[in-house]
Structure formats: structure tokens, C-alpha cells
Write a protein that binds this ligand. Structure first.
Ligand code: ADP
Ligand code: MG
Length: 680
């Protein structure tokens, strides 16, 4: 049998070469593409009492035909028919243009339903559609297709109706019957018919449920196949970890691990010891102690005789990590920091040691695993603060032939629905508990007119020997956005404080060296107040900073505010976050309130997702978040979890070998570029 994805859309009755071309422009080539081009909304006219109808809107009216309609012809082919209807005891005039043939449908004494534009003043309706008899509460639901103006909606409807009736038999089911039964989903044929031409909203909902599930399942199977490939391609990289040595190291730590850290470590060590390659995401709020987890796990790997690369996004972070590592690891572990600022002979020496294996751990930026750096025995790659790391980049890493175990660390709490979508091909460990004894950061929301008081507050903290960040949303003045600019604020503060405190300025227009200089001055307390744009966001650790003041805080999303707030509260002193904002909208106010109420990053992330949608949490493009046709990551999270569990089942049990799953897999292969070998 020829399937509908093999039939060109041009085969459909009424589609000529020209229309076919227009269809191609919106990605419709085959009948399948056509039928999967779902309406983006539906028009539906509900029957309401006359007094509730709104002038100039489309309405539905049911009434009794009072007498035979009158028809007037004018010009050559034009006509105007007028029909009087008795509705709710009133008389309503219906006007129908150029459809004189419809006269026979309006029989005196009988009921008809009409819909069209309502004229409240003349009690008149311009009829678009009519139907004999009453409607049972649910008048026709009309699909509306978005086609950017090139294809008329009626034409769309016609073509789809025609395709549905001619090629009905070619619509083959792709979901296993057992799944349809289990979830009470309509089959593909009914689903397609009902999503285009539903006879009730109930039916439409049912049809949508099916395609949402189908879409999510296919996506999740793809992710699981990637995951499987990554694991299996690297059989044989099991490491012999001496857990006794690891325990000894942990004993020497200045603190006891939290149970969340222990759990994450157990998961990581299990991966390291298994023959599969680790592809794991370690999620943990700022300050939750991810570095400690990284250090302990890498120590195990070093002791197993392999080298480790620790990648960070900036040089400052590389330095900070080097310090932490030196503090926490025994002296016999050789750590190098390889960044752009290390050049010449020193660099050469390091490269030699990396190559001959006498260096155990290399910390550096991205270039670390791409350049002329040749490891003798790279067994483990840790990537820190890469919350914007998407599927694409992860695949790049893979294509570079890096077969080591990989651990990604991120401080951006990612709601579960997003993480199983964007990181569906990874395993996830979560540190959802803060080390004991942390003083929660106190968060206040103030208005701009309290500027002087807040500056006073900051100054008091500085007199105690503490430091402060002040964050501004944009570097350049923009009248339109009315955003306070970092430069202005910097100058203003210098004036106010008159040498009583040193103020630094940091923004994206500075060169890398200038940025490093400012950051170092701040880290060494040569600068007490750092005015900055959001470049400071990424993992910098200055435990002496106790104030995070954020200007125009309502312009940031919750996750970003949380990220910024996490820059303070890193020592044992009480820290403060001051949100300066006069939000106009409710959402902005809501965001400020939530910030003052919770410091739990996961709670904030969930709320952010609800308030702003997934695209805003991290850019859709970078994150590898797919754009779904129907599924909505906030509202369809249950379907997403179900689809994920089913996909895991299918892939782990290699169910595509069962006849029942053949059509699904075949369809998947026709939809995406995926290596056929994955299925062997
Ligand atoms: P993250 O990288 O997750 O933001 P870090 O690893 O930098 O967090 O840890 C933040 C601070 O907390 C560090 O000073 C670290 O030494 C400390 N720390 C980590 N784990 C614990 C723990 N279990 N108990 C007490 N302090 C801890
Ligand atoms: Mg960190």
C-alpha cells in the first residue's frame, strides 16, 4: 500500500502546480504533511440569548423562519436575500448575499441555525453559514489555518477535506494498539479527522491528546536512542575506582557532605565504574557544593590512573577552581591550569606533561579539549556552569571523538519537564539540599525612590568590611526602555561616596583583560562596590560580598535573579539581596514577591516556567529545546513524563523488533535524520 507520506500534495483534488508551490513554502510536500498541518485555532459560535450578543462579532442564532425569504437581484450576478426569524420573541433579520439558491432551506415554520456578523442596532445578522434545525449547544467548530495570507482558509479546509476523504485508507496507524488502549487515545484516522473538523470540543481535546502524546513520544524515543548510542559506543571505559581511597579523602574535608552530595556521588561513581560512557548532568543550586562533588569524583578517576579535564567558561573561574582543588586534594595530585593567559615556555611545559601523563588534572576553558592539547589518557571531562549547553554542543563534543565520561554541572535549576526535554539524552543528578549552617539570604524589594536609603545600607555593610554587587540590566542609555545605566550609576555612586569606598565598573564592552582586572580587584577587596551588568552572573565566588543589589529587577526573569542572588551568601556572614523595581505589570510584581518569599531555586524555576514559558528560561536555540507543534511543556508535563517512560521502555527493551512497534519506528526514521545503525 502506498502510504500518505509518499503521495505528493499535488495529487489531492483541487491542488494544481501553483497551489502546490505555495504549500511547499510552508513545508507541505506530501499528504501527510498536509494532514499534519493542524489548525492553529478554531472558530466556534455559541448560541447565546439575544441580549448577550456583542455588536460586530460573529454570533450564532437559532430561530423560526417567519415567512418565505425575499430575494433581490442586482448588477449581473449579485443577489441579496432577506429572511425574518423569530428569536426569543423578537424578530431578527438575516441577510444572505449571492446565495439565492439557499432560499429553499428557509421554510416558514421551521427552525434554522445561522451564524455570521451581528448588528446589534438593527437586530440583523449577515449570514455566513446556515444549517437546518437547532444546534445542540455546539455549533460548527471551524478550523482556522495559519498560512501567512497566501492560502485562503476556505481553500485550506477544502483541500484537507478532499485529502481526508480520498486518502483515508492510506492513513496507517503508527502507535501500538496497546498504547492507544492504555491511554484511551483515538486512532490516527479519527484523530486526524477530528483535529481538523471536530464536531465537539470534547472530540477535539481527545484528538489533540493523541497528537501531543505522539509528538512527545517520538521526540523521547529519539533522545533515548541518542542516549543508548552514547553509552554503547564506548563500552570498555570502566574505571577501577578505589572507594577506600575516596573515603579517606572525604574524611579530610573541612566539612561533612550533605546527603544530596553523597547521593550524587554514588550515581557518578556507578557511571564511572560501568563500561558505559557517562553523560550526566549535575544540577545544584549555587552554593550547593557541586565543586566538592566534582573534586571527589575526579580524585577517584586520577587514582584509577586516568587524566581529568575540568572545563569552565572563564579564566576567573579557572583560577578559582584551581584554588579549590589545591585546597581539597592531596599534594601528589598534579593540577595544571591551562588558559589563554598562559603562554610560551610555560605552556609548552604543561602540554608536554599533559601528553606524557605526568599531569593528572587540567583546568581550562573550552579550548582545552579542542586545541593542540593531547592527553595521554583522558578519562573524565567535567564541564562547569554550562547551563546553556545544548544537545547540539554536546554532540559536537562527541564528534570530536572525546570518549571520556562526561559530567556537566549547572547551577540553573531546571524544572523537570525542561530537563527531560532539553537533556533527555542525559542522566540527571540533583543536589537539592544546601550545606548546613548557611544563613538564608534576606531579600528585600524596594522602590526606586528609596535609592538613598539603600545606598546607605550598602555603605554600612562596607564599613563592616563587607562588599557589594550592584547589577544593572543594560550598559547603554535607552530612552525608550528607561533603564538605568551602569555608567551613570557608577558615577553617581562615586560622587555620593566621595572616596569613602572604592567603586568598580564592569560591563560587556570591556576587554577580557579589563574584566579580569576589575574582577580581581573585587576578589581582593581593592574594590568594595562592583557596579556591573549581568556579565558577573557566571559562577564567580567572592565570599566577602554580602550585598547583591539589583536595579530594575523586574526586567530579569526569576531564574536569572536567583542566579545573581547566589553570588552572595557564600561565606558565613548574613547576606542581603535588594531588588530595586517599580514593576508596572502584575507579573513583575508577582516576580518580586516570589523572590522575597523563597530561596529555593527549583521552586523559582517552576514558577518562572509558568510565568514566562520555556523559551525565556534559556534561549530555545542554545538549549536544544525542540519546538513542538502542539505540546506545551508547562501544561503537558504529564504527557511528557508518560512519553518519556514509554520511550525508555521501548529503547531499553529494543521493542522496535516487535511487529507492534515497527510502524512507529519506521515513521520516526522518515521524520528525522537518525542513524539507522542505532536500531541494529
Ligand atoms: P557550587 O559550585 O555548587 O555553587 P561550591 O562547590 O562552590 O558550590 O560550594 C560553595 C561553598 O560551600 C564552598 O565554599 C564549599 O567549600 C562549601 N561546601 C561545599 N559542600 C559543603 C558541605 N557539605 N558542608 C559545608 N560546606 C560545604
Ligand atoms: Mg560552582
Amino acid at each position: 500500500m502506498i502510504e500518505m507520506n509518499n503521495i505528493s500534495v499535488q495529487e489531492v483534488k483541487g491542488v494544481g502546480p501553483k497551489l502546490a508551490e505555495t504549500f511547499e513554502q510552508i513545508g507541505i510536500y506530501t499528504i501527510e504533511d498536509l494532514l499534519y498541518y493542524f489548525p492553529n485555532r478554531y472558530d466556534h459560535y455559541e448560541q447565546k440569548p439575544l441580549h448577550e450578543l456583542i455588536h460586530n462579532e460573529k454570533v450564532t442564532i437559532v430561530g423560526e423562519v417567519i415567512h418565505e425569504p425575499t430575494v433581490q437581484f442586482y448588477q449581473r450576478k449579485k443577489s441579496r436575500m432577506v429572511v425574518s426569524l423569530r428569536v426569543d420573541g423578537a424578530v431578527v433579520k438575516g441577510v444572505l448575499f449571492n446565495r439565492a439558491f439557499a432560499k429553499k432551506h428557509f421554510i416558514p415554520g421551521e427552525e434554522v441555525s445561522v451564524n455570521g456578523k451581528w448588528d446589534q442596532h438593527r437586530l440583523q445578522i449577515t449570514i455566513d453559514n446556515y444549517k437546518k434545525g437547532t444546534i445542540d449547544g455546539s455549533s460548527p467548530i471551524t478550523p482556522i489555518y495559519s498560512s501567512k495570507g497566501d492560502i485562503k482558509n476556505t481553500q485550506f479546509q477544502k483541500v484537507i477535506t478532499s485529502a481526508l476523504s480520498t486518502y483515508r485508507a492510506q492513513i496507517t496507524e503508527i502507535l501500538p494498539t496497546s498504547y492507544l488502549d492504555k491511554y484511551k487515545l483515538p486512532n490516527r484516522t479519527d484523530g486526524l479527522e477530528n483535529i481538523h473538523f471536530p464536531s465537539s470540543f470534547q472530540q477535539l481535546k481527545h484528538a489533540k491528546r493523541r497528537f501531543i502524546y505522539e509528538e512527545l513520544l517520538l521526540f523521547q524515543i529519539k533522545m533515548q536512542l541518542y542516549r543508548k548510542r552514547n553509552r554503547e559506543a564506548t563500552k570498555g571505559n570502566a574505571k577501577e575506582i578505589n572507594m577506600e581511597e575516596v573515603k579517606q579523602l572525604i574524611k579530610q574535608f573541612p566539612f561533612a557532605l550533605t546527603s544530596a552530595q553523597k547521593k550524587a556521588l554514588a550515581e557518578i561513581f556507578k557511571d564511572l565504574q560501568s563500561p558505559y560512557r557517562m553523560n550526566r548532568l549535575l544540577q545544584g543550586d549555587v552554593g550547593s557544593g557541586k565543586t566538592a562533588v566534582a573534586v571527589i569524583s575526579l580524585y577517584g578517576v586520577v587514582k584509577a590512573g586516568k587524566q581529568v579535564a575540568l572545563m569552565v567558561p572563564t579564566e576567573i573561574l579557572a583560577e578559582q577552581h584551581e584554588e579549590s582543588l589545591k585546597q581539597l586534594l592531596p599534594a601528589d595530585v598534579r593540577v595544571h591550569r591551562l588558559t589563554g593567559s598562559i603562554k610560551g615556555k610555560k605552556r609548552k611545559e604543561m602540554l608536554t606533561e599533559i601528553e606524557n601523563g605526568s599531569c593528572d588534572v587540567v583546568i581550562g576553558t573550552h579550548a582545552l579539549i579542542q586545541d593542540d592539547v593531547n592527553f595521554q589518557n583522558l578519562g573524565y571531562v567535567i564541564i562547569d556552569e554550562q547551563h546553556r549547553f545544548g544537545v547540539q554542543q554536546r554532540n559536537t563534543l562527541r564528534e570530536k571523538g572525546i570518549l571520556a565520561d562526561i559530567l556537566f554541572m549547572t547551577a540553573t535549576p531546571i524544572p523537570r519537564t525542561l530537563s527531560i526535554t532539553a537533556f533527555g539524552d542525559m542522566d540527571v543528578s540533583k543536589i537539592d539540599e544546601m550545606p548546613k549552617g548557611r544563613k538564608p539570604i534576606e531579600t528585600y524589594w524596594v522602590k526606586h525612590n528609596m535609592f538613598e536609603r539603600t545606598v546607605n545600607f550598602v555603605y554600612k555593610e562596607i564599613k563592616k568590611g563587607n562588599q557589594a554587587y550592584i547589577i544593572c540590566p543594560l550598559i547603554e542609555e535607552s530612552d525608550k526602555l528607561d533603564i538605568q545605566n551602569a555608567l551613570d550609576l557608577y558615577q553617581q555612586l562615586q560622587e555620593i561616596l566621595q572616596g569613602k569606598a572604592s567603586v568598580g565598573l564592569m560591563h560587556g564592552r570591556l576587554t577580557t583583560e579589563e574584566k579580569e582586572q576589575v574582577m580581581n580587584d573585587f576578589a581582593e577587596n581593592k574594590v568594595q562596590i562592583l557596579v556591573s551588568t549581568t556579565v558577573v552572573e557566571v559562577g564567580v565566588n567572592v565570599p566577602n560580598a554580602t550585598v547583591m543589589m539589583i536595579q530594575d529587577a523586574d526586567r530579569f526573569g526569576l531564574s536569572q535573579l536567583h542566579q545573581l542572588r547566589g553570588r552572595v551568601g557564600r561565606g558565613d556572614k548574613q547576606s542581603y539581596c535588594i531588588l530595586v523595581a517599580d514593576p508596572k505589570g502584575e507579573t513583575g510584581k508577582e516576580r518580586m514577591r516570589i523572590m522575597t518569599e523563597t530561596t529555593d531555586g527549583f521552586v523559582l524555576a517552576e514558577r518562572d516556567l509558568e510565568l514566562r514559558g520555556p523559551g525565556d528560561i534559556f534561549g530555545v536555540k542554545q538549549s536544544g529545546l525542540p519546538e513542538f507543534k502542539l505540546a506545551d511543556l508547562v501544561h503537558d508535563y504529564r504527557a511528557l513524563e508518560t512519553a518519556r517512560a514509554d520511550a525508555v521502555d521501548i529503547v531499553e527493551n529494543e521493542w522496535w523488533r516487535n511487529a507492534e512497534f515497527q510502524p512507529l519506528i519506521k515513521y520516526l526514521l522518515s521524520q528525522i535524520e537518525i542513524d539507522q545503525q542505532l536500531l541494529n
